[in-house]
Design a protein around this ligand. Structure first.
Ligand SMILES: Nc1ncnc2c1ncn2[C@@H]1O[C@H](COP(=O)(O)OP(=O)(O)OP(=O)(O)O)[C@@H](O)[C@H]1O
Ligand SMILES: [Mg+2]
Length: 479
């Protein structure tokens, strides 16, 4: 249930309950009161006049008719009538008071207080009246009617009802207030707990996150707005934890890169400086030796140049600053040309090409020049890290659903599992001392992956130490 709904319900309870109690109380009052009125009604029935109407005050009409009858009677008959009525009404606490303007009056009412009050009241008001009289000890409600020289009054003793009200009214009022307070306090405690406990949990969790502790999950087990807030909080905690992890990984990578870079730059520069110094000191006496020194300086500078070029390309790719010229490329011709070029250059290697796309006109969206870098780097790796005399490089092209899959497999020196996981990292070389001689900067595969990703493709590597390596990449084909 939503918080809004809970608040509405609790306020409804707080508002409606006292109203219900009040209505209940009124109901009780009227119940007692109307029970008494029934007594009055039955008196009219006894009088055998017209039937008593629904509401007591309408029966005044009947009284008037009663008066009409009375006028015809003599004093003795009235007194008999009164006696007879007295028998029937005494138990019911209803009294009759009759008075004529010539001074005659008859009454079944024993209370002198009421009698003198009625004597005083009679003939003062015209027609019908009703009222309430409270003596020293007793209280009545009465209905009076007068016609010409005769008036008749019915008085109902309501002392027991009044006493009852007096005794239960404070209890009912106090009980209602008590119940109202109890419900309000219970609801207030419930609602405040309902909100404060989860809010405290969220506050604690925010503190944990603030202090860099992302490991405490937030579990609120509720579906309302606070529950939704908890879920969003939990998602935020997860993404913060993830980004913090990535940040740390990135930092670690950056440190490694810096240390690798400084090492990779320092080594050739030291060598260049050493050889240049040697030349300046006149170490080499023969022309051959002079040439050797110059060649070393040239090769090291070339290596440095290559490293800087590769690094700058890599960072441009990472910043997405390299403009790709995508066009439809026929896989068949494109790869065949590259294959022929390498085959001509490296005749000592046994080259095989299994092209499953040779019959269909399979095309891919690619930047020819950048994709060539991918083939060049992968094939150069296979050639560079070849340690067998019987050297083979196998290329396999096939179309799988909406992709063209290219495998390049060699029987070179291969890599361990760990080396494979690191191979696509920047500046990683499996065997740095040996790979230094091969001229590798360790950034080629990182560039390859960036280019394949830019083509919306994927690249994976499988290798076995001493047996060979297979690199597989996929590029989406043109539909
Ligand atoms: N086919 C392969 N066989 C064995 N080892 C490989 C192969 N391809 C890559 N490696 C290993 O992975 C490392 C990273 O390769 P990568 O192409 O990124 O760098 P590199 O060849 O050393 O330098 P360059 O930047 O000039 O390409 C290599 O140094 C090598 O140790
Ligand atoms: Mg390479």
């Amino acid at each position: 249930m939503s918080i809004r709904m809970k608040l509405i319900l609790s306020y409804l309870i707080i508002t409606i309950l006292p109203i219900m109690l009040f209505v209940g109380f009124l109901h009780l009052v009227f119940h007692i009161f109307f029970d008494q009125l029934e007594e009055v009604k039955s008196f009219y029935n006894f009088n055998d006049n017209e039937a008593v109407e629904e509401f007591i005050f309408q029966d005044i009409v009947v009284i008037a008719e009663g008066l009409q009858v009375m006028k015809e009677l003599d004093e003795q008959q009235v007194l008999r009538y009164m006696d007879h009525a007295q028998e029937r009404l005494a138990q019911r606490q209803i009294g009759i008071f009759i008075e004529s303007n010539d001074g005659f009056h008859a009454s079944t009412i024993m209370n002198h207080d009421l009698q003198s009050h009625l004597l005083h009241e009679s003939f003062q008001s015209e027609n019908l009246s009703n009222g309430y009289y409270e003596g020293e000890e007793q209280a009545w409600i009465f209905l009076a009617s007068q016609e010409e020289n005769l008036s008749i009054t019915l008085a109902l003793n309501i002392t027991p009802v009044q006493n009852l009200f007096k005794s239960i009214l404070p209890t009912i009022i106090m009980g209602s207030i008590g119940l109202f307070l109890l419900i309000s306090i219970t609801l207030t405690i419930f609602m405040s707990r309902h909100f404060s406990v989860p809010l405290k949990t969220l506050a604690q969790s925010a503190k944990n996150i603030e202090s860099g502790n992302y490991n405490h999950p937030i579990t609120l087990h509720r579906k309302d707005e606070i529950g939704q807030l908890g879920t969003s909080f939990e998602k935020m905690r997860h993404s913060l934890k993830r980004s913090m992890h990535e940040q740390m990984k990135y930092e670690q990578n950056r440190k490694e890169l810096l240390s690798n870079l400084s090492h990779d730059l320092k080594t050739p520069i030291t060598s260049i400086m050493g050889h240049a110094q040697g030349m300046l000191d006149g170490v080499m006496v023969t022309k051959d030796r002079q040439e050797d020194y110059a060649r070393v300086i040239y090769n090291k500078s070339k290596h440095l140049n290559h490293l800087i070029d590769e690094l700058s390309l890599y960072s441009q790719l990472e910043l997405e600053q390299v403009p790709f010229q995508f066009e439809k490329v026929h896989v068949n011709h494109y790869i065949q040309d590259i294959f022929e070029g390498f085959k001509l250059e490296y005749e000592e290697i046994t080259w095989t090409l299994l092209n499953e796309c040779s019959h269909g006109d399979v095309q891919i969206w690619a930047d020819r020049m950048q994709l060539f870098r991918v083939f060049e780097n992968l094939l150069n790796n296979s050639i560079k890290y070849m340690d067998k005399t019987d050297q083979t490089i196998h290329i396999h092209i096939k179309k799988i659903e909406n992709e063209v899959q290219i495998d390049i497999e060699d029987n070179g020196r291969g890599m361990t599992e760990y080396e494979v996981t690191k191979a696509f990292d920047r500046l990683y070389r499996a065997d740095s001392s040996r790979d230094q001689q091969t001229g590798g900067s360790g950034i080629g595969l990182a560039i390859v992956r960036q280019i394949v990703n830019a083509h919306n493709g994927k690249i994976t590597m499988n290798s076995r130490k001493g047996e060979g390596t297979r690199v597989q990449f996929c590029i989406p084909s043109v539909k």
